[in-house]
Design a protein around this ligand. Structure first.
Ligand SMILES: C[S@@+](CC[C@H](N)C(=O)[O-])C[C@H]1O[C@@H](n2cnc3c(N)ncnc32)[C@H](O)[C@@H]1O
Length: 235
């Protein structure tokens, strides 16, 4: 079995093409940040082109763990992601908006449907950090190539990393202005917080839609002073 994750409109023969956007007409309509409906080590190949960068700094651990769980030892994983460093360099040099697209993502993908947050990029990778990331999951990089503004990694799963093992890994958190952060957050800790968020027990202000609307202090008198303090007096 070969799994093509986040296939978009690109349907590959002989693969199970999976996406969460109906307009893409995938073989399996599924949110790939959620558990995959397959047994451990049941897939021979995993392909995710321009997809991994759609998961944030913490969620990517939980998501990639799940992708690798279903992959057989000896199986192949192919990942394509934007080359964050190269794109930033180009943006500094030329300043074109299309480099901004590569950094933040495209929300009107080829399906021609607006795909909202599914289209946004939430993390960036370089030729150094992508192989280092997959290695944590028992995936050895066979090749890491630059393809235009993208990186393409082909790796082999050489051993099965258990949840217990992975959950001990420390993720740096809250980097300071010198770029170093404390590394006290484990994958296990992040996994639990993500679970709370996904089952709705993390308190959020109204819906994500409402929280994007401009703040109206008259509806929140108890927060008005605080807001003024943060923003400073209006002239
Ligand atoms: C940039 S497109 C790449 C599409 C395709 N892989 C290609 O190379 O043409 C990213 C795709 O990932 C899908 N995607 C993003 N987040 C997803 C999620 N949580 N579950 C399933 N698909 C997701 C989007 O719907 C979109 O089709």
């Amino acid at each position: 079995m070969k799994l093509h994750l986040g296939c978009g409109t690109k349907k590959l023969e002989g693969w199970v093409n999976i996406d969460s956007v109906e307009a893409c007409q995938p073989d399996l309509l599924h949110d790939i940040s959620q558990p995959l409906p397959y047994e451990d080590q049941s897939a021979d190949e995993i392909l995710a082109e321009d997809v991994l960068e759609h998961f944030d700094k913490y969620l990517r651990f939980v998501v990639f763990d799940e992708w690798v769980r279903v992959l057989k030892v000896g199986g192949t994983v192919t990942l394509q992601v934007p080359d964050f460093k190269k794109i930033l360099f180009k943006y500094f040099k030329f300043g074109y908006d299309n480099f901004v697209d590569f950094i933040f993502g495209e929300n009107l993908w080829e399906s021609k449907a607006y795909i909202g947050h599914f289209g946004n990029h939430k993390w960036g990778y370089s030729k150094k950090t992508l192989p280092a990331f997959v290695e944590l999951f028992g995936v050895e990089s066979v090749t890491v190539e630059t393809k235009g503004l993208n990186l393409r990694l082909v790796g082999e799963k050489v051993r099965h990393v258990t949840h217990e093992e992975l959950d001990q890994i420390k993720i740096y958190s809250h980097a300071n202005k010198f770029g170093s952060g404390s590394d006290h957050v484990t994958v296990g800790f992040a996994r639990e917080r993500i679970k709370e968020f996904q089952n709705g027990s993390t308190r959020q202000i109204a819906s994500s839609h409402l929280s994007c609307l401009p703040f109206d202090a008259s509806n929140h008198p108890e927060q008005a002073n605080e807001r003024e303090h943060v923003e400073g007096p209006k002239s």
